[in-house]
Design a protein around this ligand. Structure first.
Ligand SMILES: Cc1cc2nc3c(=O)[nH]c(=O)nc-3n(C[C@H](O)[C@H](O)[C@H](O)COP(=O)(O)O)c2cc1C
Length: 394
């Protein structure tokens, strides 16, 4: 049935009625190795599966006979209005899905009026994204062994006008994504099966490979040793450059340098959230990195209510990992999140249709948010609260 559905939907992203359908279309449009790079989780992929399944544990208790005509999904995010409670999470190597993938994602976010977070390991420089896409731009930072790299990225992001800095802390002990690894004979060298599979995707070859070859890690190219400034060199050297000794001292150091909004990405317990607040963070992102890092990891939605209760309004709380439906987004807001970040859903859109595909992904989620709000009897997302949810047994 599911195979028949996939065949029936074809490859036109505009026909996708859900993020799941966009995922299937994206999968057909790009080679296996690039799809599995996006899709894969760590080890047995327990966290990856639970990130999706956990939303079934929460059901809504709607109110009836409420006139919700004219309802709105607007929120205030760091003192600025945003038309939707969504943001795009930072993801590296977006150029593997579509020619200039970072710019396409950033432009789609700008058109939707929501923030876009650029990864440290992006295929476009942070300066190019600022010039070509504009909009509300946030910069994500991985801390490398050489702290001068972080200093430089922070300086560049400030100069280019980025609104916020996201310090990601959950990937310095790098996750093992086995599906991804299986596609390579050695780092950066695809297996024969995957090379043949590329030949079956001529549209992707014309879009991604022919213009510039496999995309380089442009944003950090200057920090790689000269002999490593290739795709293979980047893939082989970057995980080893991540600092294994990051600590709260690094956060203090960043806080002293970065004058704008600072957000800690990788928080999953109350003590860490409180520590982030006490060290001057403006926000935290509750995340398990989309199930790509610690496999046997709690899902962020399970710890959201207790963290909100502990930090009150001291911090803006953002959350990601596993959000695929507008109803998932509203559940998180009901439990105390200020907004929700999405990683793979917009990447599926990018794979399926470039910038318009990303816009389609955002439109699907925004329509669902609006429809579910109406069905719940809410005129705005601010009316959501934990009492509207029932938690079922697993
Ligand atoms: C392909 C891919 C690349 C990612 N790269 C980064 C990255 O460079 N920096 C980062 O902080 N998080 C990265 N993440 C994690 C995302 O920011 C986000 O936490 C995760 O995708 C959310 O889960 P979801 O994909 O289920 O929405 C990446 C995730 C994916 C799927």
């Amino acid at each position: 049935m599911s195979l028949l559905r996939t065949l029936y939907r074809g490859k036109d992203y505009r026909r996708a009625l859900s993020i799941e359908e966009l995922r299937l279309i994206g999968q057909r449009r790009i080679p296996n190795f690039s799809f599995e790079y996006v899709e894969g989780g760590a080890e047995t992929e327990t966290a990856l599966r639970r990130n999706i399944d956990v939303f079934n544990r929460y059901s809504f208790k709607p109110s009836t006979l409420v006139n919700t005509e004219g309802r709105t999904s607007d929120i205030q995010l760091f003192g600025k209005p945003s038309p939707s409670p969504l943001l795009i999470s930072p993801t590296g190597l977006n150029g593997l899905l579509h020619h200039r993938g970072d710019i396409a994602l950033a432009k789609a976010a700008a058109n939707a009026g929501i923030p876009f977070c650029l990864s440290t390991v992006s295929n476009a420089t942070l300066e190019d994204v600022a010039v070509e896409a504009g909009g509300r731009l946030w910069m994500q930072l991985y801390m490398m062994n050489d702290r001068n790299i972080a200093r430089d990225i922070i300086t560049r992001a400030e100069k280019a006008g980025y609104e916020a800095l996201i310090f990601t802390t959950d990937a310095n002990v790098f996750g093992r994504r086995e599906w991804d690894l299986r596609n390579y004979r050695q780092p950066g060298k695809l297996s024969l099966r995957n090379i043949l599979d590329i030949a079956l995707h001529p549209r992707w070859v014309a879009d991604v490979l022919i213009p510039n070859g496999i995309p380089l890690f442009e944003n950090v190219l200057e920090y790689l040793p000269p002999q490593m400034r290739t795709v293979k060199g980047g893939v082989a050297s970057l995980p080893g450059m991540l600092a294994p000794d990051i600590s709260w001292g690094d956060l203090r150091w960043i806080r002293d340098m970065w004058p704008r909004k600072l957000i800690l990405k990788g928080v999953l317990n109350v003590a860490d959230a409180k520590q982030a607040a006490s060290l001057g963070c403006d926000g935290v992102i509750l995340t398990n990195h989309g199930g790509r890092q610690l496999d046997s990891c709690v899902t962020p939605i399970e710890v959201l209510a207790e963290i909100r209760q502990a930090v009150g309004e001291q911090l803006t709380i953002l959350i990601d990992s596993g959000f695929r439906r507008g109803s998932d987004v509203l559940k998180a807001i009901a439990l105390g999140a200020d907004a929700v970040m999405i990683g793979r859903p917009t990447l599926y859109g990018l794979a399926a249709g470039g910038q318009p595909g990303v816009e389609h992904a955002l439109a699907l989620l925004n329509e669902e948010i609006d429809r579910v709000l109406g069905q719940l009897g809410c005129r705005s997302v601010q009316q959501l609260n934990p009492k509207m949810l029932v938690k079922n047994d697993p």
